[in-house]
Design a protein around this ligand. Sequence first.
Ligand SMILES: NC(=O)c1ccc[n+]([C@@H]2O[C@H](COP(=O)([O-])OP(=O)(O)OC[C@H]3O[C@@H](n4cnc5c(N)ncnc54)[C@H](OP(=O)(O)O)[C@@H]3O)[C@@H](O)[C@H]2O)c1
Length: 378
Amino acid sequence: MRNISICGHQFQLLVTPPDSVGKLSIEGIDIFCGLIHTGDITFDPNAPENALKVLIRKRAFSCNYRDKAFILKMAVKAPSDRFFTLGSEFVAEVVAVGQDVTQLQIGDRVIGNCCYPEPAAPELRPGIPTNSGSKEYQVFHQAQLLKIPPEMPDEVAAAFSIGGQTTYSMIRKLDLKPGANVLVTAAKSNTSLFAINVLKHLDVNIYATSTSLRFEPQLKDLGVNQLIQIDPTVSNWFNFDAIREICQKTGGFDGIIDPFFDLHIGKVIPLLAPNRGKYITCGLYDQYSHITERPFEYHGMLGRDLFAYTMMHNLQIIGNCLGTTEDLQRALRDYATGRLRVVIDSVFTGTQVKEFFERTYHDPDRFGKVIYRYESAL
Ligand SMILES: NC(=O)c1ccc[n+]([C@@H]2O[C@H](COP(=O)([O-])OP(=O)(O)OC[C@H]3O[C@@H](n4cnc5c(N)ncnc54)[C@H](OP(=O)(O)O)[C@@H]3O)[C@@H](O)[C@H]2O)c1
């Protein structure tokens, strides 16, 4: 079976065809990555321990911001004669099912169910079912997978679970009222693109910030009223004329969706509408400075000042990790009925592994998810 893997520097020296390895640099660290073949896994559908399990074969997968830390850690800290197969989101087809499986059938196309905080079944751990989502064959409990609608192409399905589950959960928790003004930070991040696509079909006004205006037409096409370019090192965002004017006009934002709290929180809390504004975050930027040893520096209000401001203005700060099974099911339904779009940047295949990682993590022209698809026949 095939695996898209990060390889140790000694392991890559031993690689022979059909395996292939390429080299790239991420955050100044040399990374060896490639297509690695390993033995097939066995799955006995009649075994009692597999009664509720299914064997799936991946068709495509994608990586997320979280995988960058795994890649760098593997390159710097793991034994150099090993490889690590990665991938957070995938689409697969069911190839075998255990005796008591009722929710899935052979041939169904499925994606991972990353439900959190409740596990998909009592005996499972909650959260993302695997950090090795590119393994061509894997066994999961049926509850860790959801069948996808026929309208959804593999490229979209391979980029859906985390973005769908997380953004539907965040927007549900914000409980936005008709006419609400919503700010989405880091507009070009995949999480924010997903959120913008969900917000587009609500009766709300979408504003977004980004480090560049490079994709302004595309973001406006997705439903963003106004894109504001920010400099992440500026602490007081009222210094940006556009933000100050929007806050004066609207009375402040009713909701803020922020995938990187450690870049933004103290800068955006003062932009919320007093006595009703809600800020929600699902993540942090500084996930790998301990590996790269490049220090991360926060600019903005923090600690006592931040909470005093939040308290004095009756604001809400909400943390969000992933979402419920119902959140993902709602996202799938909305996709099937044409209410939800997903932005796909590009699709790579075969030995284009280095190109896949370069586009995912390096390319300033990337807009949307980058997919790796297995060629159908070995
Ligand atoms: N806990 C959960 O449930 C969950 C689920 C999903 C995602 N997340 C988290 O959400 C975050 C985003 O993930 P993702 O996969 O969507 O990320 P991504 O697509 O890799 O985000 C890249 C974007 O981040 C912004 N950015 C990067 N470096 C920056 C800097 N130095 N200063 C300011 N902005 C910068 C840029 O957007 P702009 O140029 O537009 O600003 C860039 O295009 C991560 O923290 C991830 O862990 C968490």
